[in-house]
Design a protein around this ligand. Structure first.
Ligand code: C2E
Ligand code: CA
Ligand code: CA
Length: 623
């Protein structure tokens, strides 16, 4: 036996055989076919018992993988002397077709045949080898063969056989390729994702550096994309995202990569360009590609793009730096409504401000810098106040009191909105409980952003908070918007029904500003409709606004909903609304939103509050 420095553990026939014996299932023993005579004789000569040989034969014959034994013919080259059932099945060929062939039969491709023929090389003959080959079944189907050939020697160290183990690894390979594709591509659009882009960017920058060329990187995102999602639904948003690549492709070369970074953000890698001008030309073409409106399922709408351009080595000579520059330039293009802009260092400040604000907001939530103000809703018929709306403010340590319009949109663009909503819900319910204990059983309304409506666990969270504060669910009203519902109508409706089942009340906020208001109003499980303040504020001067307000009131009443007018900021509007039969009013005419203690003072001091306070005091809470 030789003891070469082999990598396959140069196995002797004896070792091979004992391995098969160990692995062989005993019942097969009975099914042993006629054993190759010459082969058997050799084995017996090597000291094997017939029983053992039967065992071996069975194990090899019925092994699920292909096992082929080759022996050197007269000129020393290997020829197949034995094939098992596994390989016949795999190759789709009969044993007679295979026996006597050279190892090249394993492969169909010329280079792979060469690999199989490498077995002729003396080094391989001694050490064996392994590799992959493209093979063809008898029916012409291609498959990938994993081939390991091990030489076997007799007890004198002479090479007598090669044993080949063959596996069809096509499926495994395909699974691996699919997995790799999945890891490196975006599911919705099937475009390369950020990881793949980064990798290609790095390669492109290395190559460009060697060739003294530049690499261009464009970042772009869609303008008002959220509006598409909110007003037309996610289904349309997804369709837009899927069409992005086809839109910009005509502007690109075959070597350019378009990638989806997430949300409505995309990037285009331009390897091997001369300078910034080249990249700007493509940026313009990308920008232009979005000037044509989208037409999806018969709906025509416009979605523009803002493109940021960064070029190496001008703006940065490392991949991460270049990506940052392209992103900053994109924000600058968006903010300036400029369509497309190359990176410039002075763009940094503006971007940093909104990034810093986001970091601050996270801290604000953790460190109780947020406060809730409450604005009462008054019953127009009785003049009583029994409901308030909670509205959040941010006491920023440097910027002072910030209104929600300055940070809610920012929070909505990140996961922070969930924390913020939880904070508001918790705070408003805590306050509600405190009022109850003080003898003011006010009902509280909380604004729910679209993101919350899309969360499957919202009803559970609300229910848990109500339990935490020991409150009857009927004291809580959630204000939702039409765009929130339109984001995913079936899902949101299911959530709303669940909330209603809990006993929570629902209010449709900013009513009249969305698309499909009237159509949907009938089927919505809401208790209250809030006419958007733009109509209320316009009704004194604008007849059509007045007509809209009248129509909404009568329609809502006919459907059994209460109507609230928000933005009531003068006496005249207040009176008109009373005459129109509107149920409740909210606005600066009564009071702007107030901190909780001031609201109490207002309730006790104002003429609206007086009667209310009395009535509320009589209606002591049941808790
Ligand atoms: P909204 O839900 O429509 O709230 C009503 C807004 O109108 C409040 O502004 C209120 O101060 C203002 N308002 C009330 N009466 C009048 C009036 O007579 N004239 C005028 N011009 N305005 C009046 P605010 O508090 O600045 O809130 C703005 C928006 O921010 C809210 O609109 C709501 O969409 C959002 N928001 C406020 N608090 C929260 C919150 O806790 N969570 C969420 N998700 N959004 C909130
Ligand atoms: Ca509201
Ligand atoms: Ca509103």
């Amino acid at each position: 036996m030789t003891s070469e420095d082999d990598s396959f553990g140069d196995l002797t026939i004896r070792t091979q055989i004992s391995r098969f014996i160990e692995a062989a299932p005993p019942p097969l023993l009975q099914r042993i076919p006629a054993i190759d005579k010459e082969y058997t004789e050799k084995l017996i000569a090597s000291g094997f018992a017939v029983e053992q040989i039967r065992f071996l034969d069975s194990a090899v014959q019925y092994a699920p993988e292909g096992i082929v034994v080759m022996a050197p013919c007269e000129d020393g080259s290997p020829k197949v002397v034995f094939v098992n059932d596994g390989y016949c099945r795999m190759s789709g060929r009969a044993r007679e077709e295979l026996v006597g062939q050279a190892p090249a039969i394993f492969a169909s491709h010329e280079s792979d045949k060469a690999m199989a023929d490498a077995l002729l090389h003396p080094l391989c003959q001694r050490r064996g080898f392994s590799g992959e080959a493209l093979a063809t079944r008898s029916n012409g189907a291609k498959y990938i063969l994993d081939l390991t050939v091990v030489p076997a020697h007799d007890s004198n160290g002479a090479l007598i056989y090669w044993i080949a183990y063959l596996h069809d690894v096509s499926e495994k390979k395909a699974q691996l390729a699919a997995l790799e594709h999945q890891v490196l591509h975006d599911v919705l659009t099937d475009l390369p994702n950020r990881a793949l882009l980064e990798d290609r960017l790095q390669q492109a920058m290395l190559a460009a550096e060697a060739d003294r060329m530049s690499v261009g990187l464009l970042f772009f995102d869609l303008d008002d994309f959220r509006e598409v999602n909110d007003t037309l639904g996610h289904h349309f948003g997804d369709a837009v995202l899927r069409q992005v690549a086809a839109r910009v492709q005509p502007a690109l070369r075959a070597v350019d990569t378009i990638s989806r970074l997430g949300g409505d953000e995309f990037a285009i890698l331009l390897p091997n360009i001369v300078d910034t001008r080249d990249a700007m030309k493509i940026a313009l073409a990308v920008y232009d590609a979005f000037l044509v409106p989208f037409d999806i399922e018969g709906q025509t709408f416009e979605v523009g793009a803002s493109v940021g351009v960064a070029v190496s080595p001008t703006h940065s000579n490392d991949a991460i730096g270049l990506m940052r520059c392209a992103e900053v330039a994109m924000y600058a293009a968006k903010q300036s409504r400029n369509g497309y802009l190359p990176y410039a260092p002075d763009q940094e400040t503006a971007t940093i401000t909104s990034l810093a604000l986001r970091v601050d907001l996270r801290e604000a939530i953790d460190h109780n810098q947020l406060v809730l103000h409450y604005q009462p809703k008054i019953h127009l018929r009785s003049g009583l106040v029994t409901r308030v709306e909670a509205l959040v403010r941010w006491l920023h340590p440097e910027r002072g009191l910030m209104q929600p319009d300055q940070f809610i949109p920012l929070a909505e663009r990140s996961a922070l909105i969930k924390q913020l909503t939880d904070w508001v819900l918790d705070g408003a319910l805590a306050q509600c409980r405190a009022w109850q204990e003080a003898g003011f059983p006010l009902h509280v309304a909380v604004n729910l952003p679209t993101q919350s409506l899309l969360e499957p666990f919202l009803p559970q969270r609300v229910s848990r908070l109500l339990d935490k504060w020991g409150l009857d669910p009927r004291v809580l009203k959630l204000e939702i918007t039409e765009s929130g519902i339109m984001a995913d109508p079936p899902h949101v409706l299911a959530i709303l029904h669940l909330l209603r089942t809990l006993g929570v009340r629902l209010s449709l906020d900013d009513f009249g500003t969305g698309y499909s208001s009237l159509v949907h109003m009938r089927n919505l499980p809401v208790d209250e409709i809030k006419i958007d303040k733009s109509f209320i504020m316009g009704m004194r001067h604008n007849e059509s606004d007045g007509a809209i307000v009248r129509t909404i009131i009568s329609l809502a009443h006919s459907l059994g909903h209460e109507v609230v007018a928000e933005g009531v900021d003068d006496e005249e509007t207040f009176k008109i609304l009373s005459e129109l039969g509107c149920d409740l009013a909210q606005g600066y005419y009564l009071t702007p939103p107030l901190p909780a203690e001031e609201l109490m003072k207002w309730l006790e001091a104002s003429r609206w509050g007086e009667g209310a306070t009395e009535v509320l005091r009589k209606r002591r809470p049941s808790h």
